[in-house]
Design a protein around this ligand. Structure first.
Ligand code: ADP
Ligand code: MG
Length: 237
């Protein structure tokens, strides 16, 4: 097993106040190690998006601890959280979230511009973006805009964007939700490839068919982890 990437303990998230108070997370316990491919499953309203937002450093917990790649991020300021997010996490969203006016290579370059730690030249950034696009099979489409690509191709651009800063983990929220079966299968193949190369992947879904692709399935219900099991259909590393 690799070193811990996610160490979450007693995590709670409360929305609202007084009578309108909602406990979205109720004491989550979760550890994910480097090199794991984990799916977080649960019905609508179970707390998946809330958990995903906290794991992705988009939001802070109300209480409990979250140690990300050895760094306690439980109560960081918004600016510090944004910085950690940019360095450590590659996001893949259901709706791709690409900038429509920019071509593929510019979309993939963006996370490097926000990365204040390494001072790369424009030429270095361009080269890294092209390499990331080649790694997802889009070497011949680097100057296409999102409107000139299929859904599957757009999602591959977003995966290249997620990979370009070499994150500690990929967080994917229903990454095949907008795709037809064939394109969805291609995207899942790509995740398997990243996993085989040593990548750490945490994928959120409500769809058990998608869940079957992971090595480990964590089920969330009413803001707690209901079960956490290795998938017998997948070999455990
Ligand atoms: P899921 O992604 O599994 O559908 P969510 O994390 O979106 O679940 O929601 C968990 C619970 O928290 C739900 O009861 C939802 O209504 C509530 N909730 C989510 N976001 C907010 C918010 N911003 N304000 C108030 N309640 C919220
Ligand atoms: Mg949700």
């Amino acid at each position: 097993m690799g070193s811990p990437i996610i160490e979450v303990s007693g995590l709670t998230k409360v929305y609202g106040m007084g009578e309108a108070m909602v406990y979205a997370l109720h004491g989550i316990e979760l550890q994910v190690n480097a090199g794991e491919f984990v799916v977080i499953m649960g019905a609508s309203g179970s707390g998946k998006s809330t958990l995903m937002n906290i794991l992705g450093c988009l939001d802070r917990p109300t209480s409990g601890t979250y140690i990300l790649d050895g760094e306690d991020v439980s109560q960081l300021s918004k600016n510090k959280l944004a910085d950690v997010r940019n360095r450590k996490i590659g996001f893949v969203f259901q709706a791709y979230n690409l900038l429509q006016k920019m071509d593929a290579v510019k979309n993939v370059t963006l996370p490097m511009l926000y990365n204040t730690e390494n001072h790369r030249t424009d030429a270095d950034r361009y080269k890294a973006a092209v390499e990331a696009l080649e790694s997802v099979g889009l070497g011949s489409r680097i100057h296409h805009r999102p409107t000139e690509m299929s859904g599957g191709q757009q999602q591959r651009v977003s995966i290249a964007r997620a990979l370009v800063n070499h994150p500690a983990m990929i967080l994917a929220d229903e990454p095949t939700g907008n795709l037809d079966t064939h394109s969805g299968a291609e995207i899942l193949d790509l995740f398997h490839q990243l996993h085989a190369q040593g990548g750490t992947i945490v994928m959120v879904t409500h769809d058990p068919e998608i869940g079957r692709h992971a090595q480990r399935i964590v089920t969330v219900s009413d803001g707690v982890v209901l079960s956490d099991e290795y998938n017998p259909e997948r070999r455990v590393n």
